[in-house]
Design a protein around this ligand. Structure first.
Ligand SMILES: [Fe+2]
Length: 218
């Protein structure tokens, strides 16, 4: 890693640890009251397994590793109270109500799709045309350790979920990089820029994305 990249990474993408002069931590509180909320939660393994089973079958049928396709509505709704649809809706409502302090009247999940990527596949930075969007991790690759330590400019980690807001300014973070973990669900505003840099390593990065519209009371 060159010094310029290291210097940028210091300010971006990593959790903040404040140290005092004597090396102990916790003597200072940091407040960051502005900017979009990003929620992180975990979905149960039976939901993950159900979707993975379907995706494995689809990929085997097509004979491909890299693929992006819409999940059938019947699968999204399978399981009633324990369906993917219900889990997503519950979390979107909880997220939206916590952020906006208004009761949610309805959630419409407009699309749910799979992104299955072997090494070398990027997801360029983008936003969604929805009120709320998010990503659920279904499978994660073993990212080459050297690759994981090598960061892209500004500290974006290979194969991680990189979320960006605004440009780099003094005393302000503009990027956070989340390591994908199976079962983890991230929920964020549809307008928030995000993307994934290609990784090198074995296995596949399999995620599920969705677009949801939210109606609030009043
Ligand atoms: Fe996305």
């Amino acid at each position: 890693m060159d010094s310029a990249t290291r210097s940028l990474k210091k300010y971006e993408a990593e959790p903040i640890a404040v140290k005092t002069a004597d090396g102990s931590s916790g003597a200072m509180e940091l407040f960051s009251p502005f900017g979009p909320f990003i929620a992180k939660t975990t979905l149960p393994s039976d939901v993950i397994s159900r979707i993975n089973q379907f995706v494995d079958h689809e990929l085997a049928q097509a004979g491909v590793r890299g693929a992006e396709f819409i999940l059938p509505q019947a699968l999204v709704e399978e399981g009633g109270e324990h369906s993917l649809m219900q889990h997503l809706a519950n979390n979107i409502i909880a997220y939206h109500e916590a952020c906006e302090n208004s009761a949610v009247v309805s959630v419409t999940i407009e699309a749910v799709w799979i992104v299955n990527q072997p090494e070398g596949s990027p997801s360029p930075v983008h936003f969604h045309s929805s009120d709320v969007s998010g990503v659920l991790y279904l499978q994660t690759p073993a990212i080459d350790v050297r690759e994981e330590q090598r960061n892209y400019i500004s500290g974006r980690n290979a194969g991680y979920l990189n979320v960006l807001s605004g440009g780099k300014q003094p005393l302000n973070k503009s990027l956070i990089s989340f390591k994908p973990v199976v079962g983890d669900l991230y929920v964020f505003p549809g307008w928030l820029l995000h993307g994934v840099e290609p990784f090198r390593g074995s296995g596949e990065r399999r995620s599920l994305a969705f677009n949801a519209m939210v109606e609030i009371k009043g």
